[in-house]
Design a binder for this molecule. Structure first.
Ligand SMILES: [Zn+2]
Length: 83
């Protein structure tokens, strides 16, 4: 006799709270897009931004710093002056 085929919502929320540090998804401060990993539409999300990308002209990765998060698309607009 199992009366709990699915975990109830309050239980799963409590679990999320205790794991909030590992489940937080970085979100771009400019366009509010969440960082993806392994999404072919946003391949650069899997990489981090480094100053070397500016020097070598490579595509930007995801920026994550004390002042916020920024996705590769917004980094490109900000650093390279537009579309
Ligand atoms: Zn963005």
């Amino acid at each position: 006799m199992n009366g709990y085929p699915f975990p109830n919502e309050s239980e799963s929320q409590l679990m999320n709270e205790s794991e909030s540090e590992t489940t937080t998804v970085p979100t771009c401060g400019m366009c509010q897009r969440q960082r993806t990993i392994g999404d072919p539409a946003h391949p650069m999300d899997s990489y981090g931004y480094t100053p070397m990308q500016v020097v070598t002209g490579q595509p930007f990765g995801w920026y994550s710093g004390d002042d916020g998060e920024m996705c590769p698309e917004c980094m490109t607009k900000t650093m390279r002056g537009g579309l």
